[in-house]
Design a protein around this ligand. Sequence first.
Ligand SMILES: N[C@@H](CCC(=O)N[C@@H](CS)C(=O)NCC(=O)O)C(=O)O
Length: 213
Amino acid sequence: MVLKLYGVTGWGGTDRVLVILREKGVPYELHEVDTKNKEHKSAAFLEKQPFGLTPYLDDDGFILYESRAISYYIAAKYSDQGTQGLIPTDLKANALFQQALSNELCNFEAFTYPLILEGLYKRFQGLEVDQKAIDKAISALDEKLDVYDKILSKQKYIAGDELTLADLFHLTSGALLPSCGYHGLKTKPNVARWWNEISSRPSWQATKGPNAL
Ligand SMILES: N[C@@H](CCC(=O)N[C@@H](CS)C(=O)NCC(=O)O)C(=O)O
């Protein structure tokens, strides 16, 4: 049975999973969720994704939500095909990979999320934008990316010298930052080298939307 992904093309969570499906060369069916008509808040959807957010995966009746968990499941299930090494198996390499996953969530997404919410989605919806909140989010993110720049001066990728899921998880939010007025991914030298490399991967080029970096 082919994997079924229920999501929205161009939205961060769905695109994150699409990148991994492409890296691993896994066939899938994408079911576009009709968010305009609030399908993701319907009782049927909430049974699969109780928080009413996209995406979720249906693998022959096995239901999984949270884009990072879905990506991990796909990379582990199809470990023998496509891009190798996305989940390091050596004890210490895996511990450093877990550290990098936490970095992405706690030191990147935690700061990009409020920025994208305020600087992109609210603007897009014609809601009043709080410029002070945008400036605060940019300055907090910039400090974190200074640390990324130091890490990436000593190693090629965020978990070490090999590409892992942790790097690819940055793509969807990172790509929206210039539209929010933040350009640190291009101006910090080691971050820029890393960003240019991961964002030029065919998996991302095939996935990224029109607003993406
Ligand atoms: N941590 C979740 C986040 C899911 C999420 O926030 N999805 C957004 C799109 S990227 C959504 O469905 N938003 C619809 C809404 O808030 O009603 C994941 O990675 O899957």
